[in-house]
Ligand binder design. Structure first.
Ligand code: UMA
Length: 447
């Protein structure tokens, strides 16, 4: 396929979501023939692709094997039995990154990690955009990576999920960042080892002159040593850049640059560490120290990530709906000096809550559990000796939180939203609306 390009080739694109429609557009523009498949009987293609054939319903290996290659959206499990059948029959399977790697000739700054990748990618892109030619962020962040190829900047910041990485064959990136690593998406990947292997693929083709940023934990020392031997410059989060008791820091121009906590506007030590990682990337690419420092100080964070919502009923309310796994929720709880009212629960995606017991005991005054599977959360709170209640809805949890003794209220579910909401963003918006409704009531009562 490499020699002949895409013209005249027949591609099946699996998934009619953001990634699938982006791959279809990319292939059509290059003269390929495309048919899109989606297992959802109600799937639809956007207006601009109305002329493209869409096949709905269960995937069929016999049909798909009539194509030259099959482009697979990241949300379609790589272990899908139909994909296994196609592999066995020698049909080439491709992900977004395979198309991207062949088409994009600029420098790639790739950000992956269990938590923190969107924050790092957003701020890094903002900083690299100050360099000649600019930069933009794409990928898992929401703007499909193939959509930026029409007028590409010299540098692209890609947020990459483990799903995008596990199906990439030959990606080489100038800067590779692993923001954090903790169990997540275990149901989809099958094991922690498979999840880790997907993340590690990002570093496989790095070479002398490239940069890698890795967590300081001992479990990443082997990869760091291998990269150093290849001449890759390695920074470790928590050692070379990160957030400590005094503030955030990163290495620039042969010294350590520091910004004290008092000057930072974003909440939470973990978020500040993400800011430092973005600053480290910018410093590596030569953004001036003053520009980097100013960005660190003024960054307000992103919605749904420990976002301060309001001060209502004598307490602060924080929306951390993006905390879709126990690791993220633990980091949010740890960032409070005092105990909080914790709104938690949702779809655990196969994750375990055992590791949260100590932080819940230390930082939770009262837990309010939402979601379709409250049992693991109620059991966690019972083990931690923390009062907890099952709530019928997020709105009921907000109302109850307003009645309890005044502690900060934190929505940080430790679980995905898909059991009750369309997305973590919808869950966060609903929380914000409920808190704003309380604020209105309070204002009326005071008037
Ligand atoms: N579908 C099937 N069979 C399946 C699974 C899905 O037919 O077994 C169909 C669905 O019916 C749907 C389509 O595939 O019509 C959806 O495809 P998708 O799940 O790959 O989602 P996209 O809309 O294409 O968005 C994907 C990423 N989603 C996932 O990886 C789940 C988006 O990341 C990404 O922004 C987008 O591509 C552009 O690159 C979102 C995400 O939730 C933000 N990511 C996960 C995360 O951050 O935790 C990994």
């Amino acid at each position: 396929m490499r020699a002949r390009g895409y013209r005249g080739r027949r591609f099946a694109v699996l998934g009619a979501g953001a990634a699938g429609t982006s791959m279809a557009r990319f292939l059509l523009l290059r003269g390929a023939e495309v048919v899109v498949f989606d297992e959802d009987p109600n799937a639809r293609l956007p207006e601009a692709l109305a002329h493209v054939k869409l096949v709905r319903g269960p995937l069929d290996a016999d049909v798909l094997c009539g194509f030259d290659a099959v482009a697979v959206s990241p949300g379609i499990p790589w272990t899908h039995p139909v994909l296994a059948a196609l592999r066995a029959r020698g049909v080439p399977l491709r992900g977004e990154l395979d198309f991207f790697a062949r088409a994009y000739k600029g420098e790639v700054v790739a950000i992956t990690g269990t938590n923190g990748k969107t924050t790092v990618a957003t701020l890094a892109a903002r900083l690299l955009d100050t360099l000649p030619g600019g930069a933009v962020a794409a990928g898992n962040i929401g703007r499909p990576m193939l959509d930026v190829l029409e007028d590409p900047p010299p540098r692209l910041v890609l947020e990459l999920s483990s799903f995008q990485l596990e199906r990439a064959r030959a990606l080489r990136v100038r800067a590779a960042v692993l923001t954090s690593f903790a169990p997540d998406h275990l149901a989809a990947h099958g094991s922690l080892a498979a999840y880790r292997a997907a993340k590690e693929r990002l570093f496989r083709r790095q070479r002398a002159g490239d940069v890698a940023i890795l967590p300081a934990e001992e479990s990443w020392a082997g990869l760091a040593a291998r990269l150093c031997r290849r001449g890759v410059q390695v920074f470790r989060i928590g050692r070379d850049c990160g957030a400590d008791a005094e503030g955030v820091f990163w290495r620039q121009g042969g010294q350590v640059v520091r910004v004290p906590h008092a000057r930072m506007r974003v909440h939470g030590r973990h978020q500040r560490a993400n800011v430092a990682v973005a600053c480290q990337i910018a410093a590596f690419f030569g953004v001036e120290e003053e520009v980097v420092r100013e960005a660190a100080e003024s960054f307000l964070g992103l919605p749904h990530r420990l976002q301060w919502v309001a001060h209502v009923r004598a307490r602060d309310w924080f929306n951390d709906s993006k905390a879709t796994n126990p690791h993220a929720a633990s980091a949010a709880l740890a960032s409070f000096a005092e105990p909080v009212i914790w709104i938690c629960g949702g779809d655990l995606k196969g994750a375990q809550l055992e590791g949260m017991e100590a932080i819940v005991r230390e930082k939770v005054a009262h837990a309010l559990v939402i979601g379709r599977d409250p049992a693991p959360f109620l059991a966690l709170c019972a083990r931690a000796g923390v009062p907890c209640e099952r709530m019928e809805s997020l709105e009921a949890a907000v109302a109850r939180a307003a009645e309890l003794a005044p502690h900060p209220v934190l929505l940080s579910p430790a679980a995905a939203s898909l059991d009750e909401f369309a997305s973590y963003a919808e869950r966060g918006e609903r929380f914000v609306q409920a808190v704003r409704a309380l604020a209105k009531e309070e204002a009326h009562a005071a008037a």
